[in-house]
Design a protein around this ligand. Structure first.
Ligand code: UDX
Ligand code: UDX
Length: 429
């Protein structure tokens, strides 16, 4: 099929590459001309394992352009994959979605299937239909489909080829679009969940809100472990043996970051509140996550004593391993708090870069040793595999101090302590 994907971000690029690999002719458009120029030079503007190779493999069926009008006119399926970032009050910035609606209203001249893959607030798909009609598009010229993404950064390509479900939200009476979606995803084994537009939107938010709540739950239990001489890794792995709980997403640490959980939880809280519902559980999950950084700062202050002219090495800048994405990264937020304490910070990450407009007292180096040398304290803020296999005997020789703060509970305390270093995690014995 002929497909236009609007938005060449983490979601749009993965969607484009996978659809091309499935045999479709895909035009991926983006307003950011630099991004398109880089893509046409064969370079992937983001780090996502396997994505650059998948794009190159399917170049004959993949076109990158900033010509959104031409792409809308020439393709019968239009994916919306633009950003839906959070506003300060927790609502969603829909300006990119509204910009796409303007483009669609301007350029639709033949029947289209419009597939919203971006995570959009409750009611947005219905709003898209209403706005297109208001802008003069014949209602018979388009069908709306809500097909939310469940891609994890770092495994997005795998997740798109191996989804545990394909959610397809349709309008009442739409009997064509399901066939279109099955044709688009022909070659991917996955149960189809066919439902309404509103269900599909809430399925997406509920999934992310539940996962975020699970993380805040285990972080709260970890705080109780700290005061109970109990070990959170044992508690978490044991309760995870119950299939009703499951062992995933029970890793205590600095909390959840990324471009999804923080904004999706805020958006759902905002939507619920607007509907007159008090989202107590969701707000509690957000509260635990928001205060988890301060919980770690207190641990650092307790163990560093005199903070003046101390150097802290922060290992990990990305919001999780196997990505270069720093959106809402807990590491970046922690570095900001460390700076507020007057500490000098040296950061390292295998892939991610500190935000350009940073941080007065923070430098980024290109080696682990460059960060840990003469450090009074080392914080592991992102659980990159390379940090889990450090030679702590060698690290200690380079350090000035002895404090190791494990922000992701990802290393073995005994491996650290046997070299005379002080291990601090959350809920760890
Ligand atoms: C984002 C959200 O993170 C995710 O939760 C949601 O499900 C989909 O949107 P992501 O791919 O991370 O996914 O967005 P982003 O990396 O911000 O890329 C969006 C792209 O759309 C940007 O490159 C932007 O230039 C482009 N864009 C935006 C357009 O091409 N046209 C527009 O009108 C607006
Ligand atoms: C998430 C969802 O997993 C995915 O289904 C959805 O489509 C997009 O949002 P992503 O944000 O890429 O994916 O990363 P994820 O692996 O979910 O981690 C999110 C954050 O939670 C990271 O900051 C990670 O460090 C943190 N996390 C994850 C924990 O703190 N503990 C855990 O046990 C798992």
């Amino acid at each position: 099929m002929d497909v236009c994907v609007i938005g060449a971000g983490y979601v749009g690029l993965t969607t484009s590459a996978v659809l091309a690999d499935l045999g479709h002719d895909v035009t991926c458009v983006d307003k950011n001309k630099d991004r398109i120029e880089i893509l046409n030079r064969g370079i992937c503007p983001i780090y996502e394992p396997g994505l650059e190779e998948l794009i190159q493999k399917n170049r004959s069926r993949l076109t990158f352009s900033d010509g959104v009008g031409e792409a809308i006119r020439q393709n019968s399926v239009i994916y919306i994959c633009v950003g839906t970032p959070p506003m300060p009050d927790g609502s969603t910035n829909l300006s990119y979605i509204l910009s796409v609606i303007d483009d669609l209203a301007t350029y639709i001249q033949s029947p289209k299937t419009i597939v919203t893959k971006s995570t959009v607030p409750l009611g947005t798909n219905e709003m898209i239909g209403e706005l297109l009609t208001q802008k003069g598009v014949d209602r018979k010229q388009f069908n709306l489909v809500s097909n939310p993404e469940f891609l994890r950064e770092g495994t997005a390509v795998y997740d798109m080829f191996n989804p545990d479900k394909t959610v397809v939200g349709l309008e009442d009476g739409d009997s064509e679009s399901l066939q279109v979606m099955k044709a688009l995803y022909d070659g991917i084994e996955s149960p189809f969940v066919v439902t309404t537009l509103n269900d599909a939107e809430l399925i997406k938010f509920s999934a992310n809100a539940f996962l975020a709540t699970k993380i805040s739950f285990i972080n709260e239990i970890a705080r109780i472990c700290d005061r109970s001489n109990a070990d959170i890794t044992t508690v978490a792995s044991t309760i995870g043996l119950d299939p009703r709980i499951g062992r995933h997403f029970l890793q205590a640490g600095l909390g959840y970051g990324g471009s999804c959980f923080p904004k999706d939880l805020s958006s759902l809280i905002h939507s619920a509140t607007n509907k007159g519902i008090k989202p107590a559980i969701l707000e509690a999950a957000q509260y635990v996550n928001d205060t988890q950084l301060d919980y770690y700062i207190e641990k650092i202050k307790e163990n560093l004593e005199d903070l003046s002219s101390k150097k802290v090495a922060v290992l990990g800048i990305a919001f999780k391993p196997d990505t270069d994405d720093i959106r809402s990264s807990r590491s970046v937020l922690l570095i900001e708090k460390l700076e507020e304490l007057g500490l000098d910070v040296v950061a390292f990450d295998p892939k991610a870069k500190l935000p350009p407009e940073t941080l007065q007292r923070t430098t980024q180096v290109d080696s682990i040793n460059g960060a840990t040398k003469d450090a009074d304290c080392i914080v592991i803020a992102t659980d990159w595999p390379v940090f889990k296999s450090l030679d702590w005997k060698e690290v200690k020789k380079e350090m000035k101090g002895t404090l190791i703060v494990d922000g992701r509970n990802c290393i073995d305390p005994s491996e650290v302590r046997k070299h005379g270093l002080l291990y601090v995690g959350v809920g760890r014995i």
